[in-house]
Design a protein around this ligand. Structure first.
Ligand code: AMP
Ligand code: ZN
Ligand code: ZN
Length: 422
């Protein structure tokens, strides 16, 4: 009889264990963005912590950014699962005719204005469903979107050291369960900064990667100390890559068309958005079509390649000029000012170009209970991450451009009942 009871009890405990629902930690996500970390940096530069996370987690052959391969559009595609044309952050600089206003990353009052941010970022989806979130920087996280902000968020301040950012996120993980976030972000810009200033092959990029890796080592040690390293999920990504720009690869675009025929031109070296005055679209288009060198192309909105999914937004300009990777579009006077800059490197780096270009590809590393160590997955588009994060958090996703079936190809089989590894 005693033996029988023991067997029943044993069976009961085993079945309880295998059917256990995931714990709070297993259903948590720390999303880490290393801005401008090109896929091809991963094995070119020393980054012991990053390599260890990759070895013990799931890695992708590449993560494809959305077009244009810029910071704000791509962070917000990662957060919402939407292409930029659908989430409204179509560029780092945006003009909206209805607001008659321009959005720039440096204009805090616009960055914090929810009117620009369409769709639903994962922290809003989470908060709506009672899941606490905390963002240590992420484009969009400073605005009330659908009236909702992360429970914990920070005003962007690039001067805060990478290690201070890590310490703050670790402190959030020490909060009592009722207020502790289950979705968190961390953001580092130093690798992108070095890539722009000195190019992707520079010793400065190597140093910036080593520095971010040290911050990650601090994070890993802090998670280990809290017994969280294998109990919560880390998703480490970048927003886009970086390509070398030799100093002579400049097109003085303002010399090739009559700027007075445009009501507004949003100048960036990698994409120029032209809003022609009434009746001037065709004339500007023809001017550029005949004068542009082979390294750049002018597009009417309807001519933009389908694969960019970059058409159906009133914020996308009627005319766009896009150069080949490694080329820059500049106004003559800006070009001259730039040439005269003291201490300027002859080689610089940039991004924003065609999202098919190999140098623009981003990274993905998933580490934690839902990710099978050592697994490699094929390249995928960053709009898939929103569904993945919602699934891990156990929340219902809002409508998005990702494919929910993709998530099943990434998660460890039987994930919903997965037990934390040691
Ligand atoms: P990009 O011009 O696309 O290379 O943008 C990268 C820069 O965006 C970084 O160096 C930061 O200075 C800036 N940045 C990143 N996140 C934010 C943010 N949340 N708010 C304002 N600026 C940001
Ligand atoms: Zn970026
Ligand atoms: Zn950048």
């Amino acid at each position: 009889m005693v033996r029988y009871v023991a067997w029943v009890l044993c069976f009961f405990l085993v079945s309880l264990n295998s059917a256990a629902s995931p714990t709070q930690q297993e259903q948590s996500v720390l999303l880490i963005s290393v801005d401008g970390f090109a896929q091809n940096y991963l094995h070119r530069y020393k980054a012991p912590t990053l390599h260890q996370l990759a070895k013990r987690g799931v890695t992708a052959a590449a993560m494809q950014p959305a077009f244009p391969t810029k910071t704000f559009p791509n962070h917000y595609s990662i957060a919402t699962g939407l292409y930029p044309a659908h989430h409204g952050i179509v560029e780092n600089n945006i003009y909206d005719a209805e607001f008659d206003a321009v959005f720039r990353m440096s204009k805090a009052e616009e960055v914090r204005n929810g009117r620009w941010w369409l769709g639903e970022p994962v922290w809003v989806t989470a908060e709506k469903q009672g899941v606490k979130t905390g963002t240590y920087f992420f484009p969009g996280s400073e605005a009330a979107i659908k009236g909702i902000r992360p429970a914990l968020w920070k005003a962007y301040d690039g001067s805060i050291s990478n290690t201070d950012r890590v310490q703050s996120v670790l402190a959030w993980l020490d909060l009592p369960q009722a207020t502790r976030p289950r979705f968190l972000t961390l953001y580092f810009s130093s690798v992108d900064d070095a890539g722009h200033a000195y190019g992707p092959d520079s010793e400065q990029v190597a140093a910036a990667i080593a520095d971010v890796d040290q911050a990650l080592a601090l994070l890993v040690a802090g998670l280990k100390q809290r017994d969280l390293l294998h109990r919560m999920n880390l998703i480490l990504v970048s927003d886009h890559g970086m390509v070398k720009v030799p100093q002579h690869q400049v097109i003085e675009l303002d010399q090739l068309f009559d700027e007075k025929r445009a009501a507004l031109v949003l100048w960036t070296p990698e994409i120029v958005s032209i809003f022609p005055k009434a009746g001037e679209l065709e004339s500007i288009y023809q001017q550029l079509k005949t004068s542009l060198p082979a390294a750049a192309r002018v597009y009417k909105k309807a001519e933009l390649p389908e694969r960019w999914h970059y058409q159906h937004s009133k914020r996308i300009a009627p005319l766009l000029v896009v150069p080949e990777p490694g080329w820059r579009l500049m106004q003559k006077h800006k070009h001259q000012q730039w040439l005269a800059q003291p201490g300027r490197s002859e080689v610089t780096g940039s991004h924003g170009y065609d999202n098919n270009s190999p140098e623009m590809q981003a990274i993905f590393i998933g580490h934690g209970p839902v990710f099978q160590p050592g697994r490699q997955i094929p390249a995928f588009a960053n709009i898939e991450l929103y569904n993945l994060m919602c699934r891990i958090l156990g929340i219902e996703a809002a409508a998005n451009d990702g494919d929910p079936a993709w998530v099943d190809t990434v998660l460890r089989p039987g994930t919903t009942a997965v037990q934390a590894a040691d």
